[in-house]
Design a protein around this ligand. Structure first.
Ligand code: ADP
Ligand code: MG
Length: 236
């Protein structure tokens, strides 16, 4: 579904993405994992169209989309910081993209309620974000992304602001959501355990290059290099 071919990115003279090749298959739950500063967010932002690509090709379903604007890509992104509108209710936050598209009120309400049901937010639709817990806020951010029925959802460290019990619960919820929506997911985290438990395929990044790509267990048992062995925590 997504192909990155020899993709590079510079911030001034600093090369932060150094020619990466990555493939994500249709319907997959792919996790990009690596230490802070290795370029995970930059890669996601390039896929979403929020950052330009300096070199290489970004292919979505066989079409080069380097120059397609973000709102024309059919991609939704969920950020670590939630980025909710504080003055809007939960229902208004979730339905906002539909109201921009002039979808009739009753139809928006219907779709918002369907999304709220999936995310267990039905009882909170009239609240403002400030009156929600961290986990509920993150669910609202996810609701805002999935109401657009994107074929591809990008998550940038969506659970890192949550306490550890909730993080474990939300991992399972996100996997269930992935199955129900039949969407392709690219999920970014610096947390190896999260990567190992959630991924169909892991892409390990280090300093702007792909250190290794593969199924979780194959990375664990057959790390290609010292970095992957140490980072994933295998006994080699
Ligand atoms: P990660 O998400 O893996 O922590 P980032 O993609 O945020 O990493 O950052 C990769 C590198 O690019 C880091 O060295 C970071 O300091 C640098 N960087 C990120 N955004 C910018 C920016 N807007 N301007 C300059 N440097 C940046
Ligand atoms: Mg980041």
């Amino acid at each position: 579904m997504i192909n990155l071919r020899n993709v590079r990115k510079f911030y001034g003279a600093l090369e932060v993405i150094k020619g990466v090749d990555i493939t994500v298959e249709d319907g997959e739950f792919a996790v990009f994992v690596g230490p802070s500063g290795c370029g995970k967010s930059t890669l996601l932002r390039m896929i979403a169209g929020l950052e330009g690509i300096d070199e290489g090709d970004l292919i979505l379903n066989g079409k080069r989309i380097n120059d397609v604007p973000p709102d024309k890509r059919g991609i939704a992104m969920v950020f670590q910081s939630y980025a909710l509108y504080p003055h809007m209710s939960v229902a208004e936050n979730i339905g906002f993209s539909l109201s921009l598209k002039k979808v009739p009120e009753a139809e928006i309400r219907r779709q918002v309620e369907a999304v709220a049901e999936i995310l267990q937010l039905t009882d909170y639709l009239d609240r403002r974000p400030a009156a929600l817990s961290g986990g509920q806020r993150q669910r609202v951010a996810i609701g805002r992304a999935i109401i657009k029925k994107p074929a591809l959802i990008l998550f940038d460290e969506p659970l890192s602001n949550l306490d550890s019990a909730l993080r474990v619960q939300m991992r399972a919820e996100l996997q269930r959501l992935h199955r129900e929506l039949k969407a392709t997911v690219v999920y970014v985290t610096h947390d190896q355990v999260e990567a190992m438990t959630m991924a169909d395929r892991i892409v390990v990044l280090n300093k702007g290059v792909v250190a290794q790509e593969g199924a979780p267990m194959s990375l664990y048992h057959e790390p290609d290099n010292e970095f992957v062995a140490t980072f994933i925590g295998s006994p080699k």
